[in-house]
Every structure is written in structure tokens, then in C-alpha cells.
Design a protein around this ligand. Sequence first.
Ligand code: ADP
Ligand code: RBF
Ligand code: MG
Length: 149
Amino acid sequence: MIHKLPIYVSGEIVRGFGRGSKELGIPTANFSLDVVKSLPESLQTGVYYGWAKVNDSEVYKMVLSVGWNPFYNNKEKSLETHIMHKFDCDLYGRTLKICIVGYLRPEQNFKSLDDLIKAIKSDIEKATTLLDTAENQKLQHAPFFSTKH
Ligand code: ADP
Ligand code: RBF
Ligand code: MG
């Protein structure tokens, strides 16, 4: 069964393998394993889109990967958010709040790093458009983003 969306998740941004920015040119803010384990089991792995806020920033568009990154064959399940905003510094230790709005596709393996990057760029384009609908815009203003926790 597919979990009903939206889902709201909040937690500290921790260090991952550092591959997002270096290898892909697409940084992803990682949540700790505790946060990953607190997700409903019915939330299937895959690529999602939604809204994100770091500490007291604005609410930005985001894309999210949930799973084991088949291209890298990770041992631990991860929850990684790429925020569609250019930040001037790194965000480790800050609080990330996300609203998971919709599902895009399952996680896949790819023949090359270039194919993985192309797929993520296409996810970002789709998410950018999908988040402009009136229904999805409403979630950008959800009370979740204006409370402290
Ligand atoms: P890690 O493996 O430690 O998660 P990444 O290479 O994936 O490292 O880069 C993610 C880090 O880059 C984030 O934790 C954050 O500090 C920083 N960062 C800068 N801009 C963004 C952005 N637009 N979206 C997500 N993280 C960003
Ligand atoms: N990793 C995969 O192995 N397969 C995927 O299909 C995949 N899709 C992703 C989609 C998005 C929008 C993002 C942000 C990441 C995705 N990743 C995927 C994870 C990617 O491998 C990971 O972010 C980097 O390894 C850096 O940790
Ligand atoms: Mg990352």
C-alpha cells in the first residue's frame, strides 16, 4: 500500500558520504538514521518532491530521495533532500523541515554517473512545475513551517 501524502518530517542535517556535491554537483541534505527509522514503513522508497525549510529560512521547493541509492548500493537507508535554492554556506547542524507532497519514480540503478545526474535533473524540472499548482502551493504555507518544532 502507498502511504497517504503529505508527510511532514523534521530533524538535524547530518554528514553523509559527501558525494552529492562532489560527484553529482547536486548537494543533498541528509537526515540521521533515527529520523529515517521514524518514517512510516508504508512510505515506499523512491524519489519524491515537496517543500523544505532550513532553520528560519523561506520555504523552498525540494526533491527527495528515500532508499538505498541502488547506483551506490548503500548499506543504510537514507533520506536526502536537494533544496532548489543556492545557499552561501553549508547547513550541517541546522534543522531541516520538509513536507513530502508527491511521488515521482522508484529509485533506479544507472549505467553511468551521467545517466544518474540526467535523471535527477529531470526530477528537479518535474518537481518545479508540479509544485506550482494551487493545491501544492497551499502546502508551502502549512502551519508545520511556522511552528518551532
Ligand atoms: P553529504 O553527503 O554530507 O550529505 P553532500 O555532498 O550531499 O554531502 O552535500 C550536502 C550538504 O551541502 C548539505 O548537508 C548542506 O550542508 C549543503 N548544501 C548546500 N546547498 C544545498 C542545497 N541546495 N540542498 C541541500 N544541501 C545543500
Ligand atoms: N540514487 C540512485 O542510486 N538511484 C536513483 O534513482 C536516485 N535518484 C535520486 C533522485 C533525487 C532527486 C536525488 C536528490 C537523489 C537521487 N539518488 C539516487 C541519490 C544519489 O545517489 C545521492 O543523492 C548521492 O549519492 C549523494 O548522497
Ligand atoms: Mg547528501
